[in-house]
Design a protein around this ligand. Structure first.
Ligand code: SF4
Length: 262
C-alpha cells in the first residue's frame, strides 16, 4: 500500500531508531504502552547538558577546556532541576555530578580536537518536512567554513552517551543522521553530504558520509512506521532485545494468540 506523505503526520526520526531496535516496540507504543526500558539517568542528562553548552565556547575559553567543563558542570547542576523538575532529586544529582566531573576531567584533552569539529553550532534544532513525511530535533547543526573560511556548509550532529564501535558509527546512528540530513536539506535548500556523531563518553566525534542507501532506507522505514501506527503488528525479529523489554508480557501474549490462529 502506498501512503501519500502529505496526508499523514510526519514520522519522527526518533521512531526510526525505535523501529531499528525492534519494530514491535512501535506497535505497543501506538497502543499507548511505555516502551522505553528506563528514563535517561541523571548522569546522562547532565553529560548531555554540559556537551550542549560546548556550542557557546569561545577560542580563549577552549584553551582551558578542563576548567571550562567544570564551570559548565556547575551551571548545569543549578539549571537541570529547573529543566527536568520531575526527573531530578538532590541525592541522584549529587551522585551524577561526581560521575560527570570525573568524565569531564578524563575527556577534556581529547575534546580539544573534537571541539573544532562541532563549533560554531546551533543546538536542538527542530526540523520537519511535510513533503518527506518526517520530522525530528537534531542535537546540533554545525556551520563549516569553505576554503576561504566563510561558514556556508551545514552539518547535522547527534550526541550519543554510548561508547562508539571500533570504527565508524553504529548503523542506527548512521540512519538517523541520513534522516536529519534530508530534513536540513529541505530547510536550507542546500546539499548535506556529511553528518557527525558525538560519542560523549569517549570524548570522540566521528564523521559520517550521508549515503543514498541510508536515505532510501530511512524513507522505507518511514512507510513501515506508518503501517504499524495504523495497527499492523510486525513480525518479531529474531535478534530482538527482549531481555529488558518493558512490554515483554504483552508481546508474548500476542505471539501465543497469533500461533493459535495460524
Ligand atoms: S518483547 Fe522483544 S519482540 Fe517484543 S517488543 Fe519487546 S523487544 Fe520487541
Amino acid at each position: 500500500m502506498t501512503i501519500d506523505p502529505l496526508m499523514a503526520q510526519p514520522v519522527r526520526i526518533f521512531d526510526v531508531s525505535l523501529y531499528l531496535r525492534c519494530p514491535r516496540l512501535l506497535y505497543f507504543q501506538a497502543m499507548g504502552r511505555k516502551v522505553h526500558p528506563e528514563a535517561a539517568a541523571p548522569a546522562t542528562l547532565l553529560m548531555r547538558e554540559v556537551a550542549l553548552s560546548l556550542s557557546e565556547i569561545g577560542p580563549e575559553e577552549a584553551a582551558d577546556l578542563g576548567g571550562w567543563l567544570r564551570e559548565a558542570l556547575e551551571r548545569a547542576l543549578v539549571e537541570l532541576p529547573a529543566i527536568f523538575p520531575d526527573r531530578m532529586n538532590p541525592h541522584d544529582l549529587q551522585a551524577a555530578a561526581e560521575e560527570v566531573g570525573a568524565w569531564a576531567a578524563e575527556v577534556a584533552p581529547r575534546m580539544v580536537l573534537a571541539l573544532q569539529l562541532i563549533t560554531p553550532s546551533t543546538v536542538e534544532v527542530d526540523l520537519r518536512s511535510d513533503r518527506l513525511g518526517i520530522s525530528g530535533r537534531v542535537d546540533r547543526v554545525v556551520s563549516r567554513g569553505d576554503e576561504d573560511g566563510t561558514p556556508n556548509v551545514k552539518v547535522p550532529s547527534m550526541m550519543r552517551v554510548d561508547l562508539p564501535p571500533e570504527a565508524g558509527v553504529w548503523r542506527s546512528d548512521r540512519l538517523r543522521l541520513a534522516g536529519y540530513a534530508m530534513l536540513l536539506e529541505e530547510k536550507l535548500e542546500t546539499r548535506v553530504d556529511l553528518g557527525l556523531v558525538e560519542y560523549l563518553r569517549a570524548g570522540e566525534v566521528r564523521e559520517v558520509e550521508i549515503r543514498p542507501t541510508d536515505r532510501r532506507r530511512v524513507l522505507r522505514i518511514r512507510d513501515r512506521v506508518r503501517l504499524i501506527g495504523e495497527g499492523k503488528l510486525p513480525d518479531r525479529p529474531r535478534e530482538a532485545p527482549c531481555d529488558r523489554c518493558p512490554v515483554l508480557d504483552a508481546c508474548e501474549t500476542r505471539q501465543t494468540l497469533a500461533s493459535k490462529f495460524f
